[in-house]
Design a protein around this ligand. Sequence first.
Ligand SMILES: Nc1ncnc2c1ncn2[C@@H]1O[C@H](COP(=O)(O)OP(=O)(O)OP(=O)(O)O)[C@@H](O)[C@H]1O
Ligand SMILES: [Mg+2]
Length: 224
Amino acid sequence: MKTVLQTENLTKSYKIGKMEVPALRGVTLEIKQGEFVAIMGPSGCGKSTLLHLLGGLLSPTSGKILIDDEDLSKVSDAQRTDIRRRKIGFVFQRFNLFPTLTADGNLKLAEKIHTGKSNGSDTNRRDVLRLLKLEDKMHHKPLELSGGEQQRVALARAVINSPAIILADEPTGNLDTENSQIVLDMFRELNEKFQQTIIMITHNPEAAAVCSRIIRMRDGMIAD
Ligand SMILES: Nc1ncnc2c1ncn2[C@@H]1O[C@H](COP(=O)(O)OP(=O)(O)OP(=O)(O)O)[C@@H](O)[C@H]1O
Ligand SMILES: [Mg+2]
């Protein structure tokens, strides 16, 4: 299988005033198409930072990120945004739903933003919402949804355009066992049927167990 995502000696430091907070200290990894990868590690070890870098949402301090052999550091901001919209579905640790839009409205917006659909989609809003057991919540706004329901809407939004790569930051973090299972089943189905590459941060060993590989991080580095 071809490599879809690659990093070379990736580092990221955040600046707070005059202080530098090193979050990643040199991460080199390679992810092939169709892999379902879990990222695990203690709080603060840099998992979300790595995922945001992989998704082109943050710029690295040094090092390289390649998506389908395109070097994210060598393209313009506009091109990077375009690559992200075409190829990546992102599930944030904090959901980032539009508060004034309903669940369905949030999905519609994601579809609209995603211009130039390249990979034919087998899913549509209603199917995705049904899959995540949210049909009767379509017309609710985020504040009219529970945390777990918001989490599932955020997930629906990430997968609605059938992105080649799904990056998910603790997608089962707010869910009970039953709803975690719904989410993991959906990921597994997308992964198996459509060879979508999935990278998921999780603290949950049961969630990690469905993955084909586990990357363990510690202190901004890959431990294992
Ligand atoms: N915007 C920011 N500004 C400054 N420091 C930050 C920022 N975001 C993260 N950090 C710091 O970078 C380090 C890594 O943070 P990160 O969010 O990547 O951790 P994490 O592994 O995702 O943790 P968690 O499991 O708690 O979500 C932490 O020390 C954190 O305090
Ligand atoms: Mg995090």
